[in-house]
Write a protein that binds this ligand. Sequence first.
Ligand code: GLU
Length: 435
Amino acid sequence: MITGGISTVATLTPPVSISLENEKNPWLAAAARFDEAAMRLKLDDGVRKILATPARELTVNIPVQLDDGRIEVFTGYRVQHSLARGPAKGGIRFAPDVTLDEVRALASWMTWKCAVVNIPFGGGKGGVICDPRLLSDAELEKLTRRYTAEIFDFIGPERDVPAPDVNTNEKTMAWIMDTYSMHARHTVTGVVTGKPMALGGSRGRPEATGRGCMMVTLKALARLGLTPETSRVVIQGFGNVGGMAARLMSATGFKIVAIVEYDGATYNPKGLDIAALERHRKETGSITGFAGGEDMDKHEAMFLECDVLLPAATENVITSQNADRIRCRILCEGANGPTTPLADEILAAKKVFVIPDILANAGGVTVSYFEWVQDREGYFWNEQLVNSRLQEIMDESFDAVVQYAGAHRVNNRIAAYMLALDRVVQCLKLRGIYA
Ligand code: GLU
């Protein structure tokens, strides 16, 4: 039995039932959606068992000498959910509440995400239990390098390719690339994506997840007969994903009426000046106290009436406890797993057009794929080529999911899972089981 936040078994026997007590366990949430898609695809039990279990899980304990001389030991994970379509791919997050179940869920979401956008990767994810806000730069570097050394045998351009995620960035990726290269005795750029440009990063990668969110939102608007100029947007999170989405969407004419962060929210019904808000945050360290908006309770801001709600932080922000208060027409899931399965049902009853995470935020991993290709070629593309190829993939994937949903009479989330599962199963069957 799995309970919220506690890791127990990797394989879940269907049917997975979600209740109020366990709705916030991400591995259960992932399993419930997987189950429904597998059932609708009439997947045979054996294949179902393979994909309901992560292929590999590694736990490492990382000693770090802190600036004051004390030694602390941090626990980290790297999970490879499936390698059927290619090397594992997925980010590494640093956060105090990381659990193995969370990393399992995130790894499986990467498998489905890569399959939805049809790029040749399996799914993986890493996490280290730490509070990066309490660590100095030097401590973070030591932690990152030792974690990399511990997972060295697990990762590599042909095995498993990490990338940034919550609280990690291009600096983290540069440390990972360097540490891996030192052990390999030569520079290996393709071991991680989301690197600085000077180290084999791709043009357009920092913006890619936010840009992808905007691209699919534009597709959804067109379906509903709406335009960016008349669309009010509420964004939760102002980091890698939310910050970029805010900047790009505001430049495209959307009205960003509220930004919600962990320490407060800012609201302006006429639309926030995002560049000014970024400057304010840089100067003060917070989005609160911004002269171009009014401070608002961060819990309430999520329930403002809007056309597009873009949760771009972490899991479980829309649950059975608050979904009935959501007042958006389009929910674009920039974060991974922001909506619980019980909340899905409530949103469906309210006829919210959901762009599920494994489609909505796939722009990041898509440009990661481009980065990996460029590193292997040693030849780099201009930004226009990156963005036009991203556009092609996001548009095609959106259309494929929405058409699938219509044809099979399922919601967009289950359609995305079914489409992804179908593609992964095809590879599994063609490869067969090695014994
Ligand atoms: N962490 C991002 C995600 O969840 C990007 C992963 C990647 O680029 O590999 O999709």
